[in-house]
Design a protein around this ligand. Structure first.
Ligand code: NAP
Length: 305
């Protein structure tokens, strides 16, 4: 692992493949942050100063607007693109003003849609290449040979460096991975969302040496605002562990994710630099197995069997 510009290492997603920073900055909510171009550039610069060099996008974020907001920042600042990696996604078709042809929400992994989507993302992000392209949700009509051939063509054209999936089942990932070597699986995992720990998703990543990317690591903010019994139990344990380790509850939540042997890359969701710093701090915290299970127990409300 090479150290990044700050304390965040650059890590290969899969052996010999594309590297990202060990913490990734999510751009999903960027349209809500109401930043003008110079504030957006400043935000990206501050994220880079933390050592986070990778940014997570999707074509649909902000109703198809976030990639363009980010691209405006990139094109306004010469050299900025070369200092960061771009992850984006395709395959969901939303009903939106920006896509008048979509009559209902649906998924599409056809060659025509994926190529058109990549071209649109390249234009919006004002770049000539995407570092990692993910299929956002499993298309029930996915034809794996056609999709793998599409990946081959985009890679050969130098438009996309590596591919992965998001929110797929282990068998869907395996079917595609046999045809085109995938780099990552982007999945939901947090102290409030444990499913990937037991449904085979994380086992598969560990087995393949494929680092997962983790979305909503703080439960989309519910970890701090939720008043339901599960959240109250988890928050209390995170706060106790935070006091023990001298860090915030949010940092403990990231450390809990980082403790998994699949070696996940958490994706932050906040626009606040201080919140991203709390994620970076987790790289220096290693929870004991008992501490990890204490969080698990608080989440499930029961001891392990
Ligand atoms: N592949 C997929 O299907 C998928 C789905 C969802 C998300 N994603 C990706 O994952 C990224 C992260 O997801 P997420 O936004 O749900 O992440 P998250 O970190 O679980 O939630 C972030 C939200 O929590 C709030 N929050 C409240 N207290 C906080 C604290 N102490 N520290 C940090 N945040 C706090 C943030 O508000 P403030 O801004 O006010 O801090 C923000 O609204 C997204 O940006 C996107 O790139 C992918």
């Amino acid at each position: 692992m090479k150290p990044g510009p700050n304390s965040v290492a650059q890590v290969a997603l899969a052996p010999g493949g594309v590297s990202l920073s060990a913490i990734v900055a999510g751009a999903w909510r960027m349209a809500e942050w109401q930043q003008d171009v110079s504030a957006r550039v400043r935000w990206i610069e501050q994220v880079l100063e933390l050592g986070i060099t990778s940014f997570d996008h999707a074509d649909i974020y902000g109703d198809y607007s976030v990639e363009s907001l980010f691209g405006e920042a990139l094109v306004s600042t010469p050299g900025l693109r070369e200092r960061l990696q771009l992850v984006t996604k395709c395959g969901i078709k939303l009903v939106a003003d920006a896509r008048p042809a979509h009559a209902i929400k649906s998924y599409d992994s056809s060659r025509a849609h994926v190529i058109a989507s990549v071209e649109a993302s390249l234009r919006a992000l004002r770049t000539d290449r995407i570092d990692v392209l993910l299929m956002h949700r499993p298309d029930l009509l996915m034809a794996p040979d056609e999709l793998a051939a599409t990946f081959d063509a985009l890679q050969a054209a130098g438009k996309v460096r590596a591919f992965g999936v998001s929110n797929h089942t282990a068998s869907q990932l395996a079917m595609l991975h046999r045809r085109h070597a995938l780099a990552t699986h982007q999945i939901e995992l947090s102290p409030l969302q444990l499913q990937a720990l037991s449904d085979g998703t994380l086992d598969q990543c560990t087995d393949l040496g494929m680092r997962p990317m983790i979305w909503s690591p703080l439960g989309g903010g519910r970890l701090f605002t939720g008043q339901d019994p599960q959240t109250l139990r988890v928050r209390s344990v995170l706060e106790t562990l935070g006091q023990r380790h001298g860090v915030s509850a949010a940092t403990i939540a990231y450390a809990w994710i980082l403790r998994h042997p699949a070696r996940p890359l958490p994706i932050t969701g906040s626009g606040r630099i201080e919140a991203l710093r709390e994620a970076v701090s987790a790289l220096d915290v290693r929870l004991s197995a008992e501490e990890w299970y204490r969080v698990w127990q608080a989440s499930t409300g029961a001891e392990v069997p």
